[in-house]
Design a protein around this ligand. Structure first.
Ligand SMILES: Cc1cc2nc3c(=O)[nH]c(=O)nc-3n(C[C@H](O)[C@H](O)[C@H](O)COP(=O)(O)O)c2cc1C
Length: 335
């Protein structure tokens, strides 16, 4: 049998494999970016340029989220701490140009913000700098009790519409799962112009230090345990939206990647696993996918993608079931 065809299409871009580097410092250094490509990584998403960096370029600080703070640096020791998060908007564009020049695979720029302000026009400059697509990370914890869901969701939609108006390149939207009716939000973002949805953002979860009486921000590399909520929503949305779907979060092993594809992902973004194992893990991901397809005599990825989505599985109710009756009734809790 010929080697199975693992190519895929994401945001209209043809990719040699479904495994791509998610938004992170992975492509901050050109030599590492080249190693990612050599190992079979099919596209890279650059780390985000934050709204605050554009609005307040002079401050150079990231207010919402600084994944490279010292506390976190220990777990990403494989990759030397880059200065890239300190990059201002102009340097970010320069970096994007250089990565684009150095690589043959698509390069996706990333913007992180929540308001429809002037910073959005910066997206146009990413396009001019050569970005093949833009990923918009709508990272927000709404803490204002006067702000209701309808207004928040309308705001997100507006941002996508504005971006779509500015750009020719496709826009993917990275969102959190914390919406009352996420399927509706997904469809509304798609109709506003999103070419893809990236499921899901991981929020920085603050912990509490009971000795110091302090709140301590925590960010850890993900594990497979985080994958399940992604699988559920990929499976629910596949067949209900037409835009591309990307999985991000909890893809720790090749088996996890295959699950995401079976649920309906067009691509699987990876960060934590690559930080743990290095760029060559992309080769293992692709090779394991091929072996698995060979073992099932599947010739093309398109033949299995979404095979276990809600629309195609024989047990669609399993994706909807939010309560635990069936699971719990089979569990002996007395022992
Ligand atoms: C060190 C590090 C830096 C990250 N930087 C960004 C970023 O700049 N923008 C963004 O949207 N997500 C960022 N993320 C989140 C990842 O893109 C990804 O969604 C998350 O890590 C879950 O995927 P994983 O399980 O493969 O790690 C970062 C994650 C890590 C670990």
């Amino acid at each position: 049998m010929k080697s199975p065809d693992v190519s895929t299409t994401y945001l209209g871009l043809r990719l040699a494999s479904p495994f791509i580097a998610g938004a992170s410092p992975l492509a901050d250094r050109l030599d590492t970016a080249r190693r990612l490509e050599d190992a079979g990584c099919a596209a890279v998403v650059l780390h985000s340029l934050f709204e605050e960096q554009i609005s307040q370029a002079e401050s150079g600080r990231i207010h919402h989220f600084d994944p490279l703070n010292r506390q976190f640096a220990t777990v990403v020791s494989y990759f030397p701490e880059p200065d890239a998060y300190a990059l201002g908007p102009e340097e970010y564009l320069e970096h994007l140009r250089r990565v684009k020049e150095a690589l043959g695979i698509p390069v996706i720029g990333s913007l992180n913000g929540t308001s429809a302000e002037a910073w959005l026009t910066f997206a146009k400059r990413m396009e001019q700098a050569g970005a093949d697509a833009l990923e918009l990370n709508m990272y927000e914890v709404v803490t204002d009790p006067d702000q209701g869901a309808v207004a928040v969701e309308g705001g997100l939609r507006q941002i996508v519409q504005d971006l779509k108006h500015e750009l020719k390149i496709p826009v993917a939207v990275k969102v959190s799962p914390y919406f009352t009716a996420f399927a509706n939000v997904a469809r509304s973002l798609e109709s506003a112009g999103a070419a893809g949805l990236v499921l899901f953002n991981r929020f920085l979860q603050p912990d509490i230090d009971i000795r110091r009486l302090e709140v301590s921000p925590r960010l850890e590399l993900s594990t497979s345990a985080e994958l399940l909520i992604r699988l559920r929503w990929l499976a629910i949305l596949r067949g209900q939206v037409r835009c591309s779907l990307a999985a991000t979060g909890g893809v720790e092993t090749p088996t996890d990647g295959i699950k995401a594809l079976l649920a309906g992902a067009d691509v699987v973004q990876m960060v934590s696993a690559i930080l743990r194992h290095g760029p060559s893990y992309f080769t293992s991901m692709r090779d394991e996918l091929r072996h698995w397809m060979e073992s099932l005599e599947v010739a093309r990825l398109d033949d299995v993608r979404g095979r276990l989505s809600m629309a195609r599985t024989e047990a669609p109710g399993d994706f909807e079931r939010a309560q635990y009756i069936r699971t719990v009734s089979g569990t002996d809790v007395t022992s």
